[in-house]
Design a protein around this ligand. Structure first.
Ligand SMILES: Nc1nc2c(ncn2[C@@H]2O[C@H](COP(=O)(O)OP(=O)(O)OP(=O)(O)O)[C@@H](O)[C@H]2O)c(=O)[nH]1
Ligand SMILES: [Mg+2]
Length: 470
């Protein structure tokens, strides 16, 4: 345990009015500070039982009652920060909570009391060895998760799943490194202190695990930022109508006038536990009007930035103006949707009335993925089905760990170093110094992930993103 000389205080709940607001104090004098502001209903000092919620009144230094509240005192080291912690469960008025914090800050304190910095409670938990860096980051990721999938993977990290995996890998590599380094001692004699074939198997197994974590990063990114889906096409094909049909709400303006949508209109929907962000855009056509031109520029930007592009068409076989000329990035998935199935005809039938085989024939001939009607709702759920398939293909749901950008940088560096180890082990013979150096680098990268030695800059960057009070 590290000793922090001062005490910190902050509102721990969201900065808005609510039923309950919590003020948290952590530090060596937490209990003492509490006894100065908290009295029983009758005005007497409360004898605090650790871990028990006590009902009483909060009083400022001038003796004025600030609130009726519940207070709990939790002695360290079995607390979140590892220090003595006090929580005041007040009425959730932000103005009131600020007064409570001000009252605590004005108390006499030998060690000093100050407002906590963003993420400082979690930083103390990390520095006191209560959590490793992956668990500390998981706290922030859990708070900001916007889908079930993001919640579950952050929770797995909070439980220590990533830490355990990295620790296990590192322990194995440390043992091998010790054996390889021992060979330096016996360089003159012909003694092999490690088994190159077995070491190679271990190195390959570690590389495989790290590759799985790299894949988990791509999945985590989708969980964190959502999947971006952009609706594009010529004006009037029904992009805005489709957006509204997918979201089941009147989100974008729909009119029969071509060029209605100028700006990007977006809305989100959770599909299979993941957040999809749908964006309706200005129709693509040669435009003179500067406002429409700017809108079309934005359409093209979103085509470049999105994971999935839904190209909407409203005439089969031949578009009157030719199909829109869309510059698609290489890896982007394109879904071609033929809209207005309620009015378009094929084989003298409305598209909605086609048999399955006729519809498949039409889709194949026109290269459409789907025939829909935004107006009647025909086949709209199938857009979700296609997006679920996309998700199955791009998300590794078997891997439930959350990997962030900082972690994946170290994972990739470790992988690059492991790649160097492999030929050294295969070729054999007198390359132990090089092998040991590579293994040391890999271990260093793994240490970075869990935060065994981490610079103050990196910590400031991680915890600076937290909210105050966490
Ligand atoms: N019959 C029929 N009409 C539709 C359908 N979808 C859209 N429309 C009509 O087509 C016209 C244009 O619809 P929008 O959704 O505004 O088209 P848009 O592609 O967003 O058009 P811009 O914003 O101008 O680019 C409106 O009159 C809609 O009512 C459909 O499935 N069937
Ligand atoms: Mg529109």
């Amino acid at each position: 345990m590290r000793y922090f000389p001062d005490n910190i205080v902050a509102v721990a709940t969201a900065p808005q009015n609510g039923a309950i607001g919590i003020v948290r104090i952590s530090g060596v004098e937490a209990k003492n500070l509490l006894t100065h502001v908290f009295v029983s209903q009758s005005g007497l000092a409360v004898s605090l039982v650790p871990g028990r919620l006590h009902f009483g009144r909060l009083v400022g230094v001038d003796g004025v009652v600030l609130d009726h509240c519940l207070a709990v005192y939790m002695p360290g080291p079995h607390t979140f920060t590892g220090e003595d912690v006090v929580e005041l469960h007040c009425h959730g008025n932000l103005l009131l909570l600020k007064k409570v914090v001000a009252a605590v800050l004005s108390l006499p304190s030998k060690a000093g009391i100050r407002g906590a910095e963003p993420g400082e409670f979690t930083k103390r938990a990390y520095l006191n060895g209560k959590v490793d860096l992956t668990q500390a980051e998981a706290v922030h990721e859990l708070i900001t998760a916007s889908s079930d999938a993001a919640l579950n993977s952050s929770l797995a990290n909070l439980d220590g799943a990533l830490k355990q995996l990295i620790d296990h890998m590192r322990d194995q590599l440390v043992t091998v490194l010790a054996d390889v380094e021992a060979s330096f001692e016996f360089s003159e004699e012909d003694i092999q202190t490690y088994n190159p074939a077995q070491t190679l198997v271990l190195v390959e197994a570690c590389a495989q695990k790290l590759k799985t974590l790299e894949a988990a990063y791509r999945t985590s990114k989708l969980y964190d930022h959502g999947v971006s889906v952009v609706l594009v096409g010529r004006p009037n094909v029904g992009k805005s109508s489709l957006l509204n049909a997918i979201l089941v709400e009147d989100r974008a303006i729909v009119t029969e006038v071509p060029g209605t949508t100028r700006d990007v209109v977006e809305g989100a929907k959770i599909i299979d536990g993941v957040r999809f962000i749908f964006r309706d855009t200005a129709g693509l056509r040669p435009a003179q009007d500067p406002i429409e031109k700017t809108g079309i520029d934005k359409t093209n930007e979103w085509i470049q930035k999105s994971d999935v592009v839904i190209v909407v068409l409203d005439h089969f076989n031949q578009e009157p103006d030719g199909e829109p000329d869309i510059m698609l990035p290489q890896k982007t998935t394109v879904i071609r949707v033929l809209n207005k199935a309620d009015v378009l005809e094929y084989k003298q039938k409305k598209l909605e009335q086609l048999s399955d085989s006729e519809r498949e024939e039409l889709q194949r001939l026109g290269g459409y993925d789907l025939v829909v009607s935004a107006k009647s709702g025909y086949q709209i759920p199938h857009i979700e089905t296609l997006l679920k398939k996309w998700l199955d293909h791009h998300c590794d749901k078997t891997n439930c760990l959350h990997i962030n950008e900082r972690q994946v940088r170290s994972i990739s560096q470790a992988l690059a170093k492991l790649d160097l180890c492999q030929p050294l082990l295969q070729e054999g013979g007198l390359r132990e110094e090089l092998l040991a150096a590579c293994l040391r680098d890999v271990i260093g990268c793994l240490n970075d992930i869990v935060g065994i030695v981490t610079s103050e800059d990196v910590l400031a960057n991680i915890f600076g993103r937290f909210c105050i009070g966490k």
